[in-house]
Design a protein. Structure first.
Length: 135
């Protein structure tokens, strides 16, 4: 409001062209890129194709199994994701039937045997779970 305009100090009263130039140089100077050393961290390696073989071997015995049983309790998050992708590859090939009785319920897999494990593995997409970091 006009009545308060003169109460605020003039922030540029003592700023000269050299001050603006120095501020611009600082602002426009390239900043160093941070480097994160991850050489001490072992990459998580999980293979969808290996998971396909493991799940198929387990289900080929005849008894249906829940997704939770196929994953077990000791697998980390990436292994659960890889096993889910493997189960989807088996379903896509017709090697298993999937059933889920209710929304958010347990997923049960049953071996159909309509596709060989070798065919499923050869046709399966391999998803990358880690990237090689260039030094």
């Amino acid at each position: 409001e006009s009545q308060f305009v003169n109460l605020a100090p003039d922030l540029l009263a003592h700023v000269g062209i050299d001050d603006i130039r120095r501020a611009a140089e600082v602002a426009l100077e390239p900043k160093p890129q941070p480097v994160l050393d991850t050489s001490h961290v072992a990459p998580i390696v999980a293979s969808v194709r290996d998971a396909i073989v493991e799940i198929a071997d387990r289900l080929a015995g005849g008894a249906p199994a829940s997704f939770e049983d196929l994953c077990g309790r000791d697998h980390n998050r990436i292994e659960v994701v890889v096993r889910f992708l493997a189960l989807l590859e088996l379903f896509k090939a017709g090697a298993v039937d999937l059933d889920q009785a209710q929304r958010f319920g347990a997923i049960r897999a049953t071996w159909t045997g309509h596709a060989s494990i070798e065919d499923v593995v050869s046709e399966a997409e391999e998803y990358t779970t880690h990237e090689e970091v260039a030094p």
